[in-house]
Design a protein around this ligand. Sequence first.
Ligand SMILES: [Zn+2]
Length: 308
Amino acid sequence: MTVEALTPSKAASHIIKWMRAYLGGDVPLVTDLDLVRKMLPSTPYGKGVKEIKAPMPATWSGCEGALVRNPVDVSEWGIFYNPDARLERRRFTVAHELGHFVLHRDSNDAFNCNKAAVYSGSDTLAVIEREANVFASNLLMPGDVFGKAINGSRIDLRFLSDLANKFEVSFEALCIRFIQFTDQRAILVCWDNGFLNYECRSSKARMTRARIHRRDDPQEPLPGTLAADDDVAQEWEGAEMSAAIWCPEEAPHMQLREFKHSYSERERVLSLLILESAEPRPWDTSWHDEETEDSYDRFISKGQLPVR
Ligand SMILES: [Zn+2]
């Protein structure tokens, strides 16, 4: 196994498996990031590393998170976080930096990540930032547990918000994970100060080429949508409408449910769209979640970390 061959979801899935083996049967829903940090140097993902120091508050501005190699002792790494961020955001940041540690540390001695890099579902982010986010997302909300939580449940924002509390992640991080995971056609749109920040689409939405209509740059909410209606700050139950209002390429009979969440400052708004099913395009299989095993899984036993 080489670090280069790793994908973020594979790496997170291995770590979850090792943690479960270490902890035995009773694994809490909230991922213990301190345990992950202490455990990593003794796993195949921590070769040559003696220690990852406990996360510390960043003292420089513009930093949401950082991962830095100790220049004096190159076998030590340190993690920094923005001390002004809420707890669940900090947890995501630390998981993101652990993602850089596992996936990218061979290529760099320092990773300085701003807010846009850590908290975005945008598919136009730099590859390593996207990978660190997918890693964090999979580490904090493991696929099997997440799948059990959402399968068969009616999705609305109350349900997703409760789930975010259970996993101790932000509502936005939970929504992004939902988009990455769901087998429904779903789109998450994030607006900042009235303009499009990013759009992220589920695999089924991508396979059926569902996308929101782009008119301008910068893009404002489309007329007729709740996103454009300043009188509606929240729509947590979902309002049904013609899918073509958002996505003009949708057939006229197609419906969608639009959900809206405005943050208290109103400067950020999330729109979640759940579209009626449509036939997927057969050539796209990129939505499969990766689950893998390797020989290292067999070395780790309950309550015992391997000795290298
Ligand atoms: Zn980063």
